[in-house]
Structures are given as C-alpha cells and as structure tokens.
Design a protein around this ligand. Structure first.
Ligand code: DAH
Length: 288
C-alpha cells in the first residue's frame, strides 16, 4: 500500500516536471523567434544609404557640349599628339623661323625639334595631310605653355580647334558658324563680333568676341564696361598652308578658329579662377 501510493505520487511528479519543461521550452523558442524578428525588422520609413557616384569634370562637360554642337553641324572630332614636332606646331603653320613663340622661355622643349604643343592648330596640318577636301573638323585637346599658375594662366590648359576647307568657303561662313555656335552654347541672345588681328596661319585673321554673358552687353565689371568678351582667334586659312599639304591653293579656301575650353567653362559657370579646374577640390567639383 505504501509502495503503490509512492509510485502514484512519483508518476504525478514526473508528469508535472515534463509539462513544466515543455512550457519552458516553448517560452524559450518564442523568445528566440521574437528576437530574430526584431533583428531582421526592416523599417521602410528609414532613409536609404546614399551611394556616392562619380561625375564628370566641368571641363569634360564643356568639351562634350562643344563637340555635340559641332557634330550636329556635320563636323567630325579629330585628335592629335600632345608631344609635337616644331614642324607641325610652327613651320607648316607659316610661323617664320625667329618667331617669339618658339622661344624656350615660352615653349616646353622635349628635344631639338620636339615640343609639347603650344596650341591645337597643328592638328589642322595633320588633318589636311591625311585627308582630301572637303574638311570639316574640330579638335579639342591639351596644350602647354611655360606660364606660371595664376587666376588666368596655367602651364597646361585645353583648346578646341576648328578647320573647314572646301571650294567656295568665305569669311561669311566663318562668321555664321561662330554665331551659330555661340548661340547654341551661351543662348540665343548671344552676339558674336570679329575684330581684325594677326596670326601667321590665317589671312585675314580676326579676334572673336561674344557679347558679355554676365550683362548681356550692357557693360559690367567682368567685360570692363565694353559689353564684349574675347574668346577665340580665327581667320581664313593662309594659302601658304595648302602648299605644305599638297592642296590646290587656287581652288580651295577655308576658315579656322581656336580658343580655350577653360575660358568657355569660366564664362558658362561664372568661375573666376582657372586654377580651380586643376586643384581637385571636391567642394568645387561636386557642384557640377
Ligand atoms: N592657335 C591660336 C592660339 O593658340 C588660336 C587661333 C588663332 C587658332 C587663329 C586658329 C586661328 O585656328 O585661325 O593662340
């Protein structure tokens, strides 16, 4: 009797312990599940992680814009070497032997007759050498001069060159092309003006001004009250150049112009210091 009683109680106890263990197990499992849910919770109202993507340098933006305008007018984009022979940089562009631009104080010499090109104009000669007219090209690229850095100078900067050669090309074509380009680039109200000037590889030559983009030509501090800003050199291709590339100087005429890409970027974005383009300061670059 005592023994049967003990067995019954022991059995009841076992059932109770089992039930308690099961309950505890269930509680722990539930707690674990809650914890996992909390950890994996996704708050769709939180701001996302901003991914920083790169973007184009302002000079690249402006170069591409210039290229697009000329490509839409039927021009092709040419390239030329930055390390250039004095023949292409000077001789074949009709520079006389003692011209001051050849001075080693202005030009980086790599060898006796090898230099860093001082302008993009040598690409005019290289293009005519390898193609027959009609020629209709632009050439953007780096150029080098022995200038110290200041707000308007840099030993390396960028130019864009243009050359058109065909039968019957006139000074009016030059003026019309420059006018169209400046209206596309700066806006329809922009005016273009040509002033007589001299460059060895054109005749006649002309300096190119645009109506001041800051005051629309009214006269302000930036255009020094004149209403005009100088942007390029230009002219009708000098007949002597055709002699260097076996073009028929009696049949063909052409125009050329060239100017600094930094200058166009400075005018477009109202930047007053050329050095900003080359300092890689993110606070500047991120604005474009
Ligand atoms: N190459 C000249 C310079 O660097 C600019 C220039 C003037 C280019 C007249 C031309 C031109 O094509 O016709 O100062």
């Amino acid at each position: 009797m005592q023994r049967a009683e003990f067995g019954r109680i022991a059995n009841q106890l076992k059932i109770k312990i089992d039930a308690t263990l099961d309950a505890m197990h269930a509680t722990i499992l539930e707690r674990e599940k809650q914890k996992a849910l909390e950890l994996e919770a996704l708050d769709v109202t939180l701001p996302g992680n901003r991914r920083r993507i790169g973007h184009r340098h302002p000079l690249t933006i402006v170069r591409k814009e210039i290229e697009d305008i000329f490509v839409s007018m039927g021009y092709s984009v040419e390239d030329g070497p930055e390390v250039e022979n004095t023949y292409y940089n000077f001789e074949a562009l009709n520079f006389p032997p003692g011209h001051p631009a050849r001075d080693p104080r202005d030009t980086f010499y790599v060898g006796e007759s090898v230099i860093l090109r001082t302008h993009t104009s040598p690409v005019q000669v290289r293009t005519m050498e390898k193609t027959r007219p009609p020629v209709r090209i632009i050439c953007p690229g780096r150029v080098f001069r022995r200038d110290a850095f200041d707000p308007t100078h840099s030993p390396m900067f960028h130019q864009v060159e243009c050359l058109v050669v065909d039968e019957g090309i006139t000074f009016a074509d030059l003026k019309g092309t420059l006018e169209r380009f400046h209206k596309e680039f700066f806006g329809e109200k922009t005016k273009t003006r040509l002033r007589p000037s001299f460059f060895p590889f054109v005749e006649p030559g002309a300096e190119v001004d645009v109506s001041c983009v800051f005051c629309d030509g009214a006269g302000c501090r930036i255009c020094k009250g004149t209403g005009w800003i100088e942007v390029m050199g230009s002219g009708m291709v000098h007949p002597n150049l055709y002699g260097f590339v076996n073009y028929d100087a009696d049949k063909l005429t052409g125009f050329a112009f060239g100017g600094g890409i930094e200058r166009y970027a400075m005018l477009k974005y109202n930047i007053n210091d050329l050095q900003l383009f080359f300092q890689n300061d993110m606070r500047f670059l991120e604005q474009f």
